[in-house]
Ligand binder design. Structure first.
Ligand code: NAD
Length: 209
């Protein structure tokens, strides 16, 4: 099975292919994609062979065909629906972002415990938390985003799993544990920033020496 890094590389190849397609390129070589994803051409071919994506080393790959194959692997050949629980700063920003849809991702509804946030008439409606279960079941939703405060995140995770959601992106700064049949990605902004601060400082110190 492919690991997380491999799937991240596939997304990068896909982004590069989308740019090439917009520029009317018909063919692409593994070297071009390698440059875009900052890997070697051999790595690109290895990633593709893992998914049975075929191409011709000399003749290159057809951009359109390659995009279709990668989209199928990434589940982007059809629209994937997400719901968001916690419509504060982050939840609202995500719901308002128009760019997901062109990548076959649609945030279809928000849920919040705060009544002042509810708006059934909005383009992306915001519902009561109590409505989550029925909404997820009625609409066959598999994916959710947690953007509630840290103290509420575990409870929301359990609720989401009960409803049938199986893939979750968590913005709350606690590391939620992944149950066996679920996929959870914990995205902790502070950890990322601390990481940048640390490595920037280390690089500066090394340069001074
Ligand atoms: P926020 O306070 O603006 O919004 C949180 C929302 O969650 C509110 O609308 C609140 O009513 C709702 N909520 C609280 N408990 C709930 C529950 N049990 N069920 C449903 N909704 C509930 O917070 P934010 O700034 O959007 O941040 C969201 C999460 O992301 C937090 O855990 C925060 O620590 C983390 N985070 C935010 C930022 C940022 O830049 N905003 C940065 C790093 C981390």
């Amino acid at each position: 099975m492919a690991n997380k890094s491999c799937i991240i590389r596939l997304s990068r190849y896909r982004n590069a292919l989308m740019r090439l397609k917009a520029l009317n390129f018909v063919k692409v070589f593994s070297e071009n994609l390698a440059d875009a994803a900052r890997v070697t051409a051999a790595q690109v071919r290895k990633d593709f062979s893992l998914f049975g994506i075929s191409g011709n080393r000399r003749g290159g790959y057809l951009v359109e065909e390659l995009l279709e194959q990668i989209n199928r692997v990434l589940g982007k050949d059809k629209l994937q629906k997400f719901i968001v629980v916690g419509v504060g700063n982050i939840g609202r920003a995500l719901l308002n972002y128009p760019g997901f849809k062109k990548n076959e991702i649609e945030l279809v509804a928000g849920f919040d415990i705060d009544a002042s946030k509810h708006n059934r008439e909005a383009e992306v409606p915001i519902f009561l938390l109590e409505e989550l279960n029925d909404f997820v079941k009625d609409n066959g939703i598999k994916f959710g985003i947690i953007s509630v405060p840290d103290f509420a995140a575990q409870q929301i995770l359990e609720l989401m799993i009960q409803t049938g959601i199986r893939g979750i992106l968590n913005f709350a700064p606690i590391c939620l544990k992944e149950p066996e049949d679920c996929v959870i990605r914990n995205l902790n902004f502070e950890t990322e920033l601390e990481n940048i601060i640390y490595f920037t400082n280390v690089t500066e110190k090394t340069e001074v020496r």
